[in-house]
Design a protein. Sequence first.
Length: 332
Amino acid sequence: MSRRRRALTPAVITAVLLPLTACGGSPSTDAKDGARAATTAPGFPYTVTNCAVKTTYQAPPKRAVTMNQHVTEVMLALGLEKSLVGTAYLDDRILPAYEKAYKSVPVLAEEYPSKERLLAANPDFVYGGYASAFAAKDGRSRDDLGSAGIHTRLNLENCPQDKTSLDDVYQEVRETGRTFGVPDRAEKWIAAARTTVTDTAALLKGVEPVSVFVYDSGDKTAFTAGGKGIGNELITRAGGRNVFAGLGKSFGDATWEQVVARKPDVIVIYDYGSTTVAQKKKRLLEDPVLKDVPAVRNKRFAVMPLSDVVLGVRAPDAIERLAAQLHPESVK
């Protein structure tokens, strides 16, 4: 996946777009926070530890910048576009329900902004979707930004942990909402998300899981979804079994010989970037090494946009969308 690393139904989204917030932070002291806010806002101070960085907020951030689409959509799903002074780095199209709000936010860069461009937006909070958002070599490390008085948050899928689950999605939304002083919005979103997940599980009751190989990209090797990321959980909850669940990372390389040996029933193609889904299918169908793989022989493909399969607000609906492709007879 070249950009590494890098929602709910319309009715649910509408219900969610009411008053939420973000979490995270850069190393700071209460003295620094006190200097920022002469008085403590209702519901504050709030202290959160995000990916080993502990931050105390005296008030919600007012000038946030998001870097990577899935964290931008977390903010927009919680109705926080007025708290954004900039955004950057899309993998694909913003969800239609968020397009109007997204267009109200300045785009700082097509990919990551330079440190100078980022600081020119005068943010008090930077929210990164992937660890690369805080690349030290580009002067954007969490320590560097913290030294400039800027709090930060990193999406939980990038924190050291055994495995990413839907509980991490709910935690991401809950902590973000709490940070921005809109916890009720967060809880409303979480309640709706749980209902979506439960409804999909009911449709799949008694369904036999199908074996799934994720094809993100790659030619000499296959870049695929491992067992650590939220993508693995989505496959499982959609009635699939990830044939590379034993790969101890969110994404990683596998040999084509391993793909052949594991005989996947379905290939899930991640859709993003300059290589089209049609080109990816062509590559798989025309590779003589793969001709006896059941998914290739039977031309069984499913397609998911990249922003559906990372830790963000799309996850609950993404499970239903994937389930409909893996088990069309059960999910209609």
